[in-house]
Design a protein around this ligand. Structure first.
Ligand SMILES: C[S@@+](CC[C@H](N)C(=O)[O-])C[C@H]1O[C@@H](n2cnc3c(N)ncnc32)[C@H](O)[C@@H]1O
Length: 295
């Protein structure tokens, strides 16, 4: 079973470590096909007399007892959500981005679980999704909310290739940008009203990566599992030192999904100059406690 703290994406065999950062993102192109949506085979007149049943891979459509919830959450974008689901349970599984056991629960545990977070996102907001993996929650939010402008930050080439192909296949090029790199390397390159992250890192590390990418007055929305309350208690002093306000635990999708999605919301109150990495102190030797500000 997937650890909710670390999410659906698995660092499986063959995962490469990130190469040099690539800001802005590369967009390798390789077409993704949609099983069940590809051109039908040529038919003979006798074929036409027999109703064709197109079989769907497991998870491509929501379970019947969950379909009304999925339709309610995605509205008229439900068919696009189904395209993404199909992609995740086919290419996503084959390419090791989604565990095969996630397919039957892809809608409830992943798609709808992420989409309900849009309750907390105002119209037209800019979003940076850190550690998108297979596009959770970034692509899901773009599917549910065409008004958003979303940047997906992901260091692993195998995953950015999938993300880029998925964005193209879903026709989301005008609202999503894929950036290959680590969040901490992206600081200074761009900022967003809201930074999302799901199952990426403990809250202290996450705040250190994400608050520099957040506009002052903007928010970090960290999708967490049952650990949320403990993480807030453990890390709120670090969050404050990083310029964040008091972290609040919110629930999204209450009455729709059980359990609702737990989100730790942190308002960025001020900019903080990050400490220098070890070995970069003024004397050029390791062991320094912080950066010397010049000028
Ligand atoms: C467990 S996966 C979660 C993926 C996705 N958010 C989900 O919920 O399924 C963690 C992701 O964070 C990415 N990641 C790890 N360190 C990162 C960093 N410093 N900056 C950005 N992404 C990072 C990993 O490459 C991986 O795709």
């Amino acid at each position: 079973m997937t650890n909710p703290r670390y999410g659906a994406g698995d660092l499986g065999p063959g995962e490469s470590s990130p190469g040099p950062s690539s800001f802005p993102g590369r967009r390798p192109r390789r077409p993704i096909s949609f099983p069940g949506r590809t051109a039908p085979p040529s038919r003979t007149p006798s074929d036409l007399a027999v109703p064709q049943v197109v079989s769907q891979p497991e998870g491509a459509l929501p379970p019947s007892d969950f379909e009304s919830v999925a339709r309610q959450v995605f509205g008229d974008r439900f068919p696009l959500a189904a395209d993404f689901a199909r992609l995740l349970v086919t290419d996503g599984v084959v390419r090791g981005l989604i565990g095969p056991r996630e397919a039957p629960r892809i809608w409830e545990r992943h798609l709808v679980n992420c989409a309900v977070v849009s309750e907390m996102i105002p119209n037209g907001a800019s979003i940076t999704d850190v550690g998108s993996g297979a596009g959770l929650p970034g692509i899901v939010l773009a599917v549910a909310r065409p008004d958003l402008h979303i940047t997906l930050v992901e260091p692993l080439a195998r995953r950015t290739a999938f993300l880029t192909e998925a964005v193209d296949a879903l026709g989301l090029e005008s609202t999503i940008t894929v950036v290959r790199g680590r969040a901490e390397e992206a600081a200074g390159n761009f900022r967003a009203d809201i930074v999302t992250a799901r199952a990426v890192a403990p809250l202290d590390r996450l705040a250190g990566w994400c608050l520099p990418l957040t506009e002052v007055g903007g928010r970090l929305l960290a999708l967490k599992g049952a650990s949320a309350v403990d993480e807030v208690a453990e890390h709120q002093a670090v969050v404050a030192a990083l310029g964040g306000g008091s972290p609040q635990v919110r629930l999204c999708g209450t009455g729709l999904i059980d359990p609702p999605t737990t989100v730790v919301e942190i308002v960025k109150e001020r900019d903080v100059v990050p400490p220098a990495p070890p070995g970069r102190n003024a004397g050029g030797r390791s062991g320094g406690r912080g950066r010397t500000r010049r000028g």
